[in-house]
Write a protein that binds this ligand. Structure first.
Ligand code: TRP
Ligand code: ZN
Length: 900
């Protein structure tokens, strides 16, 4: 094992309050690489100067797993020492004049299994420098507030590495002796080192020239491995759409002559926004209708957009320190969400996107915010920064930005962005700077008025609970809504102050008509949705001229990332599901009805009830399914039950097996009770026309797929082979991956006898298509557990010739699909799931701590588990924690998990 670790040594905690400006600036960097997988030579010539604002001190450069050969100051040898991983230079020239520092090191890319720094994937060199990977390439001030101009020369064997890429513009290339060649790149923009990138290998490129609104010309390129060219069109189209959108919506143009995307199959995360040279996981680039699903197409569009939008929010304006990570990530997620919504022609498709985003937030971020790894959007401390690329930083961060837009309006938000760039372009700044620009650009807004309190969203962890109570007064013809907010303690934060919570609200009468809203002191009523901005622990609003008890539609569009507690009656929820003009709350009403029934059956004594659903619920679901005006994508969302994870979050004590059994019982009942409706839905939505990954087609395929699953589930108990047969036929005949995979999945999740045959056919059809084989693994590892059958399957999958633990996508497809996405299969009374988990965490940690630490989080919520799961989970975590040479990454996760 090549990782250098202090065995159980002291853990260094990095604190936000300890931020100090760097003692030196690095103005220019000239890097020369002699690329060789076994030994790459890196010559790093920097021009530095002392930071005049900071007391004179030694220069301390970060480095990791480097072999140091030479250090020259102004061309001459000099004294230096090592302090841990840092290279320390004490006797540098006095005064403010710039000086040259030259450092020569070597590293070993083909032994780099962490995929941080310079590594080799399938014979091609790639880099990943965020957050602290650059120090694995050369000694440097590896912190985002040090911004330099880069010139990069790459030298390599011409046959093996014909393509040589780095940031910026290619200024020179040519051949060298011994079959080698070189390329020299100059980046016209200053950047922090985490945005440095190089790529060298055999790649093919799809390119397109575009002209911007303002008339500038640009070359867009998507580089992939030979053979993958036919899967690049969608990524290129998404990139073009991103360029157009950022200029149209925010006036932010592409600032480079050349913009490149390169795909690699070995990548720890989704993608990386290196300046002008984005590096992507193949999963978020490669797609054609035969190999990728609608979900893949949609993910590619948003990840391509996300990385492109970072060019302004992240690269032009970057983070002062890593505590400010959400400055770029929350804002950029918000931007990619808005991008995907703006690409939707129909309002209903926008609502579908919003529902999907909220579903991610509530099933992944809310549990994080309530668990041992809870942290504020702007954390105060970390041990390993890689552990803080979280759903809180990204998704909750995006919700905080969205609330700002709600408070200042869309035009006000655009004005705030403008001021942010006017003030800070080219700088490394903080979350405070962003919020201040938003407020200053909108001086009359609630955001400006409430800014210090609003910023508690950055400093306080935890999900606020907002309780709403409505009282109708017949005599006074008034309706009073009282809101009370609370937020449970988080690690290190025993008490919380009230948040600013924008609540978008409407009232409907019993017949479903939207009522005009009028508070007692208003002169006249206002039609439609109004946003009320809560600031107090408790607040009351009284609406007048209300003739009968209304149905309140609260938190429309999910206007704040809170848990809304409202004791709706079933009648109210059925009314909202039928009539609400707000699509989000219409969907939410259906989810609340289902959740209420799930919780009732889970909490009941005795065996799991066979038919947990009542006639009213089933009739409401039938009405949605058959509704002539609603679109298919929305119907599919309404008819999908809340996930096991989401249900678990509503309980104080979690019995995962009971939750699984109840939800499965609900699904089967829905399958039987709506049998004829599912047949109709399948027949009416199964298209066989040309494939287009647009919202309309996507929605139709999703609903047809759900219908097919329901029909196969029903066939399980009625034994009728017709629908499994039809599913098998569709699996074979499908003309796109979405329909084919949905049919395969219908067979697998309903445990049909035809499933094994379909799986093996699928495997032979797509052998060699790595991303499709990932789906094949994931489907089996995530299948509903029947008598404990999933874990043995998972163990067999690990022994499959196509399995490779070193490839993160493949590891995730089996191990994460089982441990993190299959609660019914994972939480076993015999603890075997947890034993499996601890083995894999330890095994992965031996070569890729980042991926291991993500897996380590699968047991975050162990304290909520019922016995015997709780004790068994604690034991498994303790077993991992007891390992002597854990990475900082895994150690931080398991230590926090076990803390009191
Ligand atoms: N900045 C990247 C993004 O949001 C995230 C990222 C990619 C990353 N690779 C990483 C973060 C490796 C940490 C480590 O798009
Ligand atoms: Zn990002």
């Amino acid at each position: 094992m090549s990782l250098l670790r202090e065995a159980n040594g002291p853990t260094t905690v990095v604190r936000r309050e300890d931020y100090a400006a760097p003692a030196y600036w690095i103005d220019t960097v000239e890097l020369s690489f002699d690329l060789d997988p076994a030994k790459t030579r890196v010559l790093n010539k920097m021009r530095l100067r002392r930071n005049p604002d900071v007391a004179a001190q030694a220069l301390r450069l970060d480095g990791e797993e480097l072999n140091l050969a030479r250090v020259l100051v102004n061309g001459a040898g000099c004294s230096f020492k090592m302090d841990g991983n840092q290279l320390v230079l004490e006797n540098l020239p006095e005064g403010d004049a710039p000086f040259d520092l030259e450092i020569f090191t070597t590293c070993t890319p083909d032994k780099n299994t962490q995929l941080m720094g310079l590594y080799v994937s399938q014979g091609t060199f790639f880099t990943q420098c965020e957050a602290e990977g650059f120090r694995r390439i050369t000694y440097f001030l590896d912190r985002p507030d040090v911004m330099a101009s880069y010139t990069v020369t790459l030298r390599a064997d011409k046959k093996r590495y014909p393509v040589l890429l780095s940031n910026g513009n290619l200024v020179e290339e040519g051949t060298l002796p011994d079959g080698r060649h070189f390329a020299k790149w100059v980046d016209p923009h200053k950047k922090p080192c985490y945005l440095f990138a190089l790529v060298a290998g055999q790649l093919v490129v799809r390119e397109q020239r575009i002209t911007s609104r303002s008339g500038t010309n640009h070359l867009l390129q998507v580089y992939v491995r030979p053979g993958d060219m036919d899967k690049t069109e969608h990524a290129m189209n998404s990139l073009i759409a991103s360029v157009v959108w950022d200029e149209a919506r925010f006036g932010l143009p592409l600032d480079l002559e050349r913009f490149m995307i390169v795909a690699t199959s070995d990548f720890n995360m989704g993608a990386m926004e290196n300046k002008g040279l984005n590096i992507f996981n193949t999963k978020y680039v490669l797609a054609n209708s035969a190999t990728a699903t609608d979900t893949d197409f949609a993910n590619i569009e948003s990840v391509v957009g996300h990385e492109y939008f970072h060019n302004w929010t992240g690269n032009r304006i970057t983070c002062r320190d890593w505590f400010q990570l959400s400055l770029k990530e929350g804002l950029t997620v918000f931007r990619d969400q808005e991008f995907s919504m703006d690409l939707c022609a129909e309002p209903s498709a926008r609502a579908v996107k919003r529902i999907e985003d909220v579903r991610v937030l509530r099933t992944a971020q809310f549990p994080e915010d309530a668990g041992p790894m809870a942290h504020p959007v702007r954390p105060d401390q970390y041990v390993e920064i890689n552990n803080f690329y979280t759903v809180t930083i990204y998704e909750k961060g995006a919700e905080v930005v969205r609330m700002m837009q709600t408070l200042v309006g869309r035009a006000g938000f655009a004005a705030g962005m403008k001021l942010y760039f006017a003030r800070h372009d080219g700088q490394a700044v903080t979350c405070d700077d962003f919020a201040q620009a938003m407020a200053d650009a909108n001086p009359q807004s609630d955001l400006a008025r409430l800014l210090p309190q609003f910023k508690r969203w950055y400093s306080q962890a935890g999900t606020p609970h907002l309780r709403a109570e409505g009282v109708f007064d017949t005599a006074a013809r008034s309706y009073t809504l009282t809101f009370t907010q609370r937020c449970d303690p988080s690690p290190g934060q025993p008490a919380k102050q009230p948040f600013v919570i924008p609540v978008a609200l409407g009232l409907l009468d019993a017949s479903g008509t939207e009522l005009p809203l009028q508070l007692a002191h208003w002169n006249q009523p206002e039609a439609g949705t109004r946003t009320f901005v809560l600031t107090e622990a408790s607040e009351t609003f009284t609406f007048v001229n209300v003739d009968s008890e209304p149905m309140p539609s609260i938190l429309r569009g999910f206007s704040a990332p809170v848990v809304l507690e409202m004791d709706y009656t079933d009648v109210q929820l059925l009314g909202l599901l039928a009539f609400d003009t707000d699509s989000f709350n219409r969907w939410e009403a259906g989810q609340r009805l289902a959740l209420r029934r799930a919780l009732h059956a889970i909490k009941a004594q005795g065996p799991v009830p066979q038919d947990p659903l009542d006639a009213a619920y089933l009739a409401a679901m039938r009405a949605v399914l058959r509704h002539p005006a609603l679109d298919a994508a929305f119907k599919e969302l309404v008819l999908t039950l809340p996930s096991e994870t989401y249900i678990a979050e509503q309980l104080d004590v979690v019995d995962p097996q009971r939750i699984h059994a109840v939800r499965e019982a609900m699904r089967e009942q829905l399958a039987h009770a709506l049998h004829d409706d599912w047949i109709w839905a399948f027949e009416a939505h199964k298209d066989n026309g040309a494939y287009r990954p647009d919202p309309l087609g996507t929605g139709r395929r999703a609903l047809a797929g759900l219908a097919l699953t329901m029909l196969c589930l029903a066939a399980r108990s009625n034994g009728n082979p017709v629908w499994p047969g039809k599913a098998y036929q569709r699996f074979k005949d499908a003309c796109n991956m979405t329909d084919r995979f949905n049919a395969l999945s219908a067979l697998v999740v309903s445990g049909q006898a035809l499933a094994p045959d379909a799986l093996s056919r699928f495997h032979s059809m797509f052998r060699g298509e790595a991303l499709v084989i990932d789906k094949w693994f994931a489907l089996q590892a995530g299948a509903p557990d029947r008598g404990g059958n999933v874990l043995p399957t998972v163990r067999q999958l690990l022994a499959h010739p196509d399995f490779n633990l070193r490839n993160p996508n493949r590891a995730r497809s089996v191990i994460f699909s089982y441990c993190s996405a299959n609660p019914g299969g994972f939480h076993r009374a015999d603890a075997a799931g947890y034993v499996f988990w601890s083995e894999r965490v330890i095994e992965l940690d031996g070569f890729n701590p980042q991926v291991a630490a993500r897996l380590a989080r699968a047991l975050d919520r162990w304290k909520k588990l019922a016995e015997p799961y709780r004790s068994a989970a604690r034991e498994a975590i303790a077993r991992v924690a007891a390992k002597p040479d854990l990475s900082n990454d895994v150690r931080e996760v398991v230590t926090r998990s076990l803390a009191d």
